[in-house]
Ligand binder design. Structure first.
Ligand SMILES: Nc1ncnc2c1ncn2[C@@H]1O[C@H](COP(=O)(O)OP(=O)(O)OP(=O)(O)O)[C@@H](O)[C@H]1O
Ligand SMILES: [Mg+2]
Length: 331
């Protein structure tokens, strides 16, 4: 094992310079022999918004399960703000708020009671828990539902309740396993806002998602995991910059000419009579492209990025074709 070389922080267990999450050579082999994690190492800085991406079965939920002490690791080391999850399990768990992949609250309880009772498990006194429940339910725009039976909440509201409940203990690290799965784009955007606010107030967030657009929108750093191994990790911007081809859709005034101009290095296709689909190297000068279009009498009214570039990167790294845009790429 390489734990010794990782120079784990010493001193106060919750030291502020310790990573929010530090994983070294983590391995998990399930009883049936499946090697879900084959030596994963990563650090998440305090205050970060971190994406954990990967296809179905990559090992994301296993990693989250180990981190939140729901799954026993086979080997390796995991620390939350410097606290070892095995040596000091209770302290580590108190630092984490978990939003699991499946909705798992009691549908016959009310949101307010779900939140208060959850805090009770963590030893939060009842009066304090009630005040906190009001706060988290208001933050999640669920205060008007506080005393309704949870089963009557919409799917999106249930997802928000999962987040509100996890925030009851004011966790320093919030981990969300596909929090927006199956939620429509409008509600998802509302949840993004909530998550951005939680992160802005100082909570470190780790998120798994199959909506790559979501990761691009929210997260500053990411790891892509595939078959139990990290295949790429680093700042979102740096990874996206690695992609050397960019695609744009240009909306054209009037109709495109039958013969499109030739622009060296770029590929132009008429998507329809008034939409031009163009691929070009990232380094290519857009002014030159526009000048060539202008010379051909093509007037551009607006343009948008064609491809989700993170999607491209993902496909390239994992060899999985996962569809695109706002569409769910996996259930
Ligand atoms: N309790 C378990 N017992 C045995 N094998 C398991 C168990 N949980 C997960 N696995 C296996 O471990 C591997 C990783 O699964 P995991 O749930 O961590 O993937 P994931 O990345 O979260 O996938 P998804 O995107 O579908 O949620 C898979 O091969 C899965 O079948
Ligand atoms: Mg999972």
């Amino acid at each position: 094992m390489t734990a010794a070389s990782a120079s784990p922080p010493s001193g106060p267990a919750t030291g502020h310079d310790a990573p929010a999450l530090s994983i070294r050579d983590l391995r998990k082999t399930y009883d049936n022999g499946v090697e879900a994690l084959k030596g994963v190492s990563l650090d998440v800085a305090p205050g970060d918004f971190y994406a954990l991406l990967g296809p179905n079965g990559a090992g994301k939920s296993t990693l989250i399960g180990v981190t939140s002490s729901l799954v026993n690791k086979t080997a390796g080391e995991v620390r939350i703000f410097g606290v070892d999850i095995v040596a000091d399990r209770d302290a580590a768990m108190r630092l984490i708020g978990l939003v699991p992949q499946e909705i798992n609250f009691n549908m016959f309880e009310k949101p307010f009671d779900i939140c208060v009772n959850y805090a009770g498990f963590y030893g939060v006194p009842r009066e304090a828990a009630k005040a906190r429940a009001e706060q988290v339910l208001k933050d999640a725009q669920l205060w008007d539902k506080a005393d309704k039976m949870s089963r009557t909440l919409s799917g999106g509201m249930k997802r928000r309740l999962m987040i509100a409940r996890a925030m009851m203990t004011s966790p320093r690290l919030l981990i969300l396993d596909e929090p927006t799965a199956g939620v429509d784009i409008e509600i998802r955007r509302g949840m993004w806002k909530t998550l951005k606010e939680i992160n802005a107030s100082g909570t470190t967030i780790i998120l798994t998602t199959h909506y790559l657009e979501e990761a691009e929108n929210l997260c500053r750093n990411l790891a892509i995991i595939d078959k139990g191994r990290i295949v790429e990790q680093g700042p979102m911007k740096a990874l996206l910059a690695k992609l050397d081809v960019e695609g744009f859709l240009l909306d054209i005034d009037g109709n495109l000419p039958a013969q499109l101009p030739a622009i060296a290095g770029a590929t132009l296709i008429a998507a329809d009579d008034h939409t031009l689909d163009i691929d070009m190297p990232r380094a290519m000068d857009l002014n030159g492209v526009f000048a060539a279009l202008d010379a051909a009498g093509i007037r551009v009214r607006s343009m948008r990025t064609k491809t989700n570039r993170l999607e491209e990167l993902f496909v390239r790294l994992t060899g999985n074709d996962h569809g695109g845009g706002d569409k769910a790429v996996a259930a």
